[in-house]
Design a protein around this ligand. Structure first.
Ligand SMILES: NC(=O)c1ccc[n+]([C@@H]2O[C@H](COP(=O)([O-])OP(=O)(O)OC[C@H]3O[C@@H](n4cnc5c(N)ncnc54)[C@H](OP(=O)(O)O)[C@@H]3O)[C@@H](O)[C@H]2O)c1
Length: 257
């Protein structure tokens, strides 16, 4: 079976994917800052499924962090990289703490890119592999009231789609997962719980999202959008005038001028 390295495995989507992958007999390398949570998860997964579960405690929100993770990993083989760790910050751009915005760009953009680079090279050299980059429906549109987060996910979507095209000939497949709002710790960490985006009918259950994500990995899908409602939104954004997209996006985030 394969070995999957999962960033942001201590909670939400990453944690649920760790359960799915190990239930299918894959070894897992669990990465996040909360080492105690990761160790408890590793113990549970190895006891339940008889797989090898390893923990690497790593903050990925500063320059050079991805390189530290690669050093901690050494020359261990990784067949699947799940580039999932990320966070959002809802609020007016000029009122936001610039230090926190920098951490977001480091985590959502720079660390994801550096890990895809290091792992992509290794996967080509070893004859194949898979990368799942977690973008968002936010990647399809501007987000007044969460401008940097939406822009970070637009980067992930564009970058991952291109990378899939580049690497396919080397038997390395890149899936870009674009969840809509999903019931995890994300909304409270982003101060987004009051937004319309995190209410019915927009909110997805974590189980259905992760079922879909896991199917997408197995099917080696490229851009992978969960739920018809979210697919329709992603399509509508492409054919609608920018000012309308901005206005609807701002409304769903809860931003008022
Ligand atoms: N939930 C949604 O509505 C939604 C929608 C679209 C896209 N997404 C994307 O899905 C991904 C996972 O989010 P989630 O919903 O599962 O959120 P979550 O429940 O808040 O989990 C976030 C994970 O990222 C880790 N993390 C946060 N900061 C980190 C850092 N500096 N270094 C290393 N790990 C860090 C956290 O672990 P520690 O705190 O232990 O480090 C945690 O394991 C994110 O990229 C998010 O943007 C989420």
């Amino acid at each position: 079976m394969a070995t999957a390295l999962i960033t942001g495995a201590s909670n939400g989507i990453g944690l649920a994917l760790a359960h799915r992958l190990s239930a299918d007999g894959n070894d897992v390398i669990l990465v996040a800052r909360s080492v105690d949570k990761l160790q408890a998860l590793a113990d549970e997964l190895s006891a339940r499924h008889g797989i090898n579960a390893q923990v690497i405690g790593q903050d990925l929100g500063y320059e050079g962090a991805a390189e530290e993770l690669m050093a901690a990993l050494g020359d261990q083989r990784v067949d699947m990289l799940i580039n999932n760790a990320g966070f959002g910050e809802f609020g007016t751009f000029i009122d936001a703490d610039m230090k926190r915005l920098n951490q977001m760009v480091q985590l959502n953009v720079a660390a994801l890119t550096a890990l895809a680079h290091a792992m992509g090279r290794r996967m080509v050299a070893q004859g194949g592999g898979q990368i799942l980059n977690v973008a968002s429906i936010a990647g399809f549109m501007p987000g007044p009231g969460a401008a940097v987060y939406y822009a970070s996910k637009a980067y992930v979507l564009s970058f991952s789609d291109a990378l899939n095209y580049e690497l396919k000939g080397h038997n390395v497949h890149v899936t870009t997962l674009c969840p809509g709002p999903t019931d995890t710790g994300f909304a409270s960490a982003a101060n987004a719980e009051a937004s319309a985006a995190f209410k019915w009918p927009m909110l997805s259950s974590l189980d259905s999202l992760v079922d879909y994500a896991y199917d997408s990995l197995k099917a080696k899908r490229g851009v992978s959008i969960h739920r018809w409602l979210i697919k329709v939104m992603a399509f509508a954004v492409r054919i609608s005038p920018r000012f309308i997209v901005n206005a609807i996006s701002a409304h769903s985030i809860g931003f008022k001028r």
